[in-house]
Design a protein. Structure first.
Length: 291
């Protein structure tokens, strides 16, 4: 028998609870495998569950990075590009129009057309049809990533990657290399790097090869940034795949696909340590913004 998709499982749970309260497992067990019936019966449903299962495309598109939306737009005939882009929230509209080099007429769309175009576009976004709304996903500490300012995410990765650099930095004895690193980093990042050097449990995630580094600041910063993405990805190991979908779509397609590629459904022994590091950086950036 074909596997029942998560959204269908939730709908089954809603209907059974509605008409047979408290008897979900017994009712479902009559037509489904015992393990499937048990799994569905144990699904936690938020208040107002049926409404929360329905995706409001305009609201959902506002949480997605415009680069993913641009890919979806390109699946339509070119003559529809301008209308589809016009249906987007302002930030996404500006991003997609610039990326695809499409001029969007200023005349507004009527509400019915806007909703139709938004719905059509959202369904074309990779994985959107199967992704569960966040209300149906078990909340964990790093859900805070979904509420972190999207413009702060690159800075988050820059600081997270410094944990790997700090691990390597402690092993450097060549003064020339130390000098080159100091010149490559901004004063704020260098200060943070030095604050990490006294930590015993830096937990390297990926190597930063300084032996073969040419000394080019841009190259080092790119390595640090990528390592930061990998560190965050390993910090959410074991999280629900639907959470990862939402998280990756808040990032541009390049960074988002790195997350999707390296995400592991199994939590490792270092996951809790990495999660603490992510929360530390988020709190640091939040305080920095407020000061």
């Amino acid at each position: 028998m074909e596997a029942i998709k998560p959204k269908s499982q939730i709908l089954l749970k809603i209907l059974v609870d509605r008409f047979h309260p408290g008897a979900a497992r017994e009712i479902l067990g009559k037509s489904l495998h015992a393990d499937v019936a048990k799994s569905i019966s144990e699904i936690h449903l938020p208040h107002g569950n049926l409404q929360k299962l329905l995706v409001h495309s305009e609201e959902a598109l506002a949480a997605i990075h415009y680069s993913w939306i641009a890919e979806a737009v390109m699946l339509f005939p070119k003559k529809l590009y301008a209308s589809l882009i016009k249906a987007l929230p302002l930030e996404q509209r500006q991003g997609v129009s610039a990326l695809l080099k499409v001029d969007v007429p200023k005349a507004p769309l009527c509400p019915v057309s806007k909703k139709f175009l938004s719905d059509s576009l959202y369904k074309k976004i990779e994985g959107a049809s199967d992704a569960l709304p966040l209300d149906f996903i078990q909340e964990k500490p790093l859900f805070v990533l979904l509420h972190t300012d999207k413009k702060k995410m690159p800075e988050l990765f820059d600081f997270l990657g410094l944990f790997d650099l700090a691990y390597k930095f402690k092993l450097i004895i060549d003064k020339k290399t130390i000098s080159l690193v100091e010149k490559a980093l901004s004063p704020g990042r260098m200060k943070f790097l030095r604050s990490l050097l006294h930590l015993k449990n830096l937990v390297p995630v990926a190597d930063i090869d300084l032996m073969n580094w040419s000394g080019d600041p841009e190259t080092l910063c790119k390595l640090i940034h990528r390592n930061g993405i990998l560190r965050m990805t390993k910090a959410v190991a074991g999280y629900d795949k639907d959470f990862i979908w939402h998280l990756s779509r808040r990032l541009d397609t390049g960074r988002g696909r790195i997350v999707l590629r390296y995400f592991s459904e199994e939590e490792s022994t270092i996951t809790p340590v990495l999660a603490e590091q992510v929360l530390l950086i988020i709190n640091t950036l939040t305080r920095k913004k407020e000061s």
